[in-house]
Design a protein. Structure first.
Lengths: 666, 123
């Protein structure tokens, strides 16, 4: 069935139908006219026949003969049949006068006296009737001809009209097509994606968007077999999958939306030549859609988009993520490994990496397999060391190095450039080591800051004092300690423990606070050594002062302990003698504890102490006084090179009582 | 429409069963491998099948082939990890209709199932 659905053809169809109808009508009309003409000719012939019969008649012809002739004439004019031929009545407008007189003549001829004269007259009349009739026919014929010509001209005009209409139609269609083509061209030349059609034979259609060739760095439109074109950019495996994939799309069975994940051409690497001759890597993504017509797949619409930016961003994000993970890894590593060991590891690794660099750079050694095995040994050691210290990120990087080496080593014969990937791996490891060092250094300096602020944070070293609950004057104490430490050019931090009830008034606790301060001062001044000396002794540069204030039912105990040098009994003995506090002989009688006790003596303060605390009893002396006032017991223990600890036990009853007394003294 | 789940992981079987909310589909049976799938298929005669193509003991492709041979009108959704594109495409060439990649969530599953049968469903 020819599809004449388009309405633009409907008009044409109607016109042609009218033409056909017109044609048929004209034809019918012609046939009718022809028939009618024919009849008139027959009538004329009959008249001539009658005429010749009458002309041949002799006198004495029977009456019936004239009757018959008359009837025949009558039939010829009024209609009827003669010898099987029907005649229609003559047109009313025709002049019948001749006919009438002929009829009269005929009627009289039978009884005519002058037969021949009457017959001649009749002949004449009949002749003139014939002429009359001939001219009737002639004019009819003329009209007929005119009608024929007219209908031909009309037909031609009509035909021209149809042609004109058709031409106009086509013209309209043409300009419509032109407009559509223009719009399509505009779209195709502007759109960013490379659009193209793939035929079922896998040919690339001629109509494509302008962008397509640019995406692939070509100057001419892309043509030919789509897979031949792809072959330049993808692996054989991917090409096979692509063929299968497009095959599925050309079929009708598989659901288009459900196979998009299997598109193997979502990221095709294309190397475009730049103007300066160098190459730039681009990533192109292909999308495919079925083009359906009547539920049949006519084409596949291909769309190529340059997704280089997205891909690079993704790669960058991936890189950043891996880096962040590595950094966290590093950071955690730094936290759990003792600093000394870390430093050692970094040093060894540095040496190793430099060694690898030297091996790679050595142009004299062409034995590349040997180079690889040398490098392998170094990496293996680094990997092992890293594993020991649980430095996971180093382990992973070393492992990666090993894998790259293993892959290169599979090649039976090596050339210099085969080892290029190793240079990259080396660069990676050095970078990692540097990041590691950077974090480590940062951490170390932060640690120093933290230490100074009184928070002891050190790797693998847990001090027994876990509950560093800040007392109300906590940070003040820390600041004070820092100040005092600075004064004496030392590093000291403080850890405090305080469980006294909150019910006490500041006045009640003042003696304890005062003692605390003096003991701290003493600890910094005399207990804790200078940083250099501490390091020499294998201690950390920063000393720590532990302060604990403990409340029991009866008393409040204050302990101030430093991790300093302890009490140098000999030095005290000597000093006491020098200061004439005791004599030599007296000194020899005293035991260590008693000698140590001398530090509480009024005169035992050093010059510095006096300067700083002028006007009051100084340092430990003051402490002794306070203790005496409040009936507190003083305890002192020490271990040379390790610690010194003071303990004061203040009976609670005296604290409240003593308050009243203290006002008198101060 | 009846759904049959073919997967060697009970976890995935249960997951699909739980996730199923597409109103035109109801769960009708499950199988642990391709061989079982055929047996259960002939009994249950589902209109839709989800097929894991990484199963042992008659791989999914074989199962797809045989099911399509019995009844070509069955809609088959291949379920698999994305790493194995070639196998998935092979299954599609042998008569499956679509692909759903693991891991998937509730919405992914129901969208895919709807896509699978959208031309059969009046909406």
């Amino acid at each position: 069935m020819i599809n004449l659905g388009a309405s633009k053809y409907k008009g044409l169809l109607i016109t042609i139908s009218f033409f056909l109808v017109f044609f048929i009508l004209v034809a019918l009309f012609n046939i009718y006219l022809g028939k009618s003409l024919n009849q008139e000719n027959e009538r004329l012939n009959k008249i001539i026949e009658v005429h010749s019969q009458i002309a041949a008649a002799e006198p004495g012809t029977p009456e019936s003969f004239w009757q018959v002739r008359s009837n025949e004439l009558k039939t010829l004019f009024d209609g009827g049949d003669i010898a099987g031929i029907s005649y229609t009545p003559v047109n009313k407008q025709i002049d019948r006068s001749t006919y009438t007189s002929i009829q009269t003549g005929l009627n009289n001829l039978g009884t005519s006296s002058d037969f021949y004269t009457d017959k001649n007259r009749l002949n004449g009349q009949l002749s003139s009737l014939e002429n009359q009739w001939a001219s009737v026919i002639e004019s009819k014929e003329k009209r007929f001809q005119i009608l024929q010509y007219a209908s031909i001209v009309l037909a031609i005009l009509y035909f021209l009209g149809i042609v004109f209409q058709m031409v106009r139609n086509f013209d309209n269609i043409d300009s419509e097509i032109e407009v559509v083509k223009n719009e399509t061209e505009n779209i195709l030349s502007t759109v960013n994606e490379g659009l193209f059609l793939i035929t079922p034979d896998h040919e690339i259609g001629a109509q494509q968007s302008q962008a397509l060739k640019g995406i692939f760095g070509m100057k001419e439109d892309i043509e030919g077999n789509f897979f031949d074109f792809l072959n330049k950019y993808v692996s054989e495996n991917s090409l096979e999958i692509a063929k299968d994939f497009l095959g599925l799309l050309f079929g009708k069975r598989v659901k288009e939306k459900l196979i998009d994940d299997l598109n193997p051409l979502k990221r095709v690497q294309v190397n475009l030549e730049r103007r300066d001759g160098s190459f730039e890597t681009h990533y192109i993504s292909f999308d495919f859609k079925r083009v359906l017509e009547d539920k049949d797949v006519q084409y596949i619409l291909g769309s190529a988009t340059d997704v280089t930016q997205e891909v690079l961003l993704e790669l960058e994000l991936e890189e950043t993520r891996t880096q962040s993970e590595a950094q966290i890894d590093l950071f955690l590593s730094v936290l759990h490994v003792p600093p000394a060991q870390l430093k050692l590891f970094v040093n060894d690794t540095n040496v190793g990496l430099n060694h690898i660099n030297a091996i790679l750079k050595d142009n004299d050694n062409k034995d590349y397999k040997d180079k690889i095995s040398q490098i392998g040994r170094v990496i293996h050691k680094i990997k092992g060391d890293a594993a020991l210290l649980n430095l996971h990120s180093f382990e992973v990087k070393a492992h990666e190095f090993e894998e790259v080496m293993a892959e290169i080593n599979q090649n039976p014969s090596l050339k210099g450039e085969d080892l290029l990937p190793l240079a990259i791996q080396l660069k990676n490891m050095i970078g990692h080591k540097d990041s590691f060092l950077a974090i480590f250094d940062k951490f170390d300096s932060s640690k120093a800051e933290l230490d100074k602020a009184g928070l002891k944070v050190s790797a693998g070293d847990s001090s027994g004092d876990s509950e560093a609950a800040a007392s109300p004057a906590g940070s003040a104490i820390q600041q004070m300690v820092k100040r005092i430490a600075d004064e004496y050019g030392k590093h000291a931090g403080v850890i405090e423990y305080d469980n006294t009830q909150s019910g006490h008034s500041p006045e009640d606790l003042k003696p304890i606070e005062d003692s605390k301060i003096q003991l701290i001062r003493n600890a910094v001044a005399h207990g804790i050594e200078r940083p250099e000396q501490r390091i020499k002794s294998g201690k950390s540069a920063m000393g720590t002062i532990y302060i604990s204030t403990t409340e029991t039912n009866e008393a409040i105990e204050l302990v101030v302990k430093d991790d300093g040098a302890g009490i140098d009994v000999q030095a005290i003995k000597q000093k006491a003698i020098d200061l004439h506090i005791i004599t030599e002989s007296q000194a020899s009688d005293l035991d260590d504890k008693q000698i140590a006790g001398l530090i509480f003596n009024t005169n035992f303060s050093t010059k510095d102490d006096a300067d700083l605390n002028a006007g009051r009893g100084v340092g430990l002396n003051l402490v002794k006084e306070i203790a005496k006032q409040h009936n507190a017991k003083i305890g002192l223990v020490w271990k040379p090179e390790s610690y010194t600890a003071f303990k004061l036990v203040f009976p609670k009853e005296n604290l409240i009582e003593a308050n009243n007394n203290e006002d008198d003294i101060s | 429409m009846k759904l049959m789940i073919v997967d060697d992981s009970k976890i995935v079987q249960n997951m699909i069963q739980r996730f199923l909310t597409e109103k035109n589909i109801e769960f009708a049976g499950k199988a642990n491998n391709g061989k079982e799938a055929l047996d259960i298929f002939t009994i249950v005669r589902p209109e839709i099948v989800t097929m894991d193509i990484t199963m042992p003991e008659m791989d999914g492709i074989e199962a797809v082939k045989r099911i399509v041979a019995i009844d070509d009108s069955v809609r088959i959704l291949v379920v698999s990890a994305l790493a194995d594109k070639a196998t998935a495409i092979e299954a599609l060439k042998n008569g499956a209709h679509g692909f759903l990649c693991k891991p998937f969530d509730e919405r992914d599953l129901n969208d895919a199932l709807y896509e699978l049968i959208e031309d059969l469903v009046d909406e």
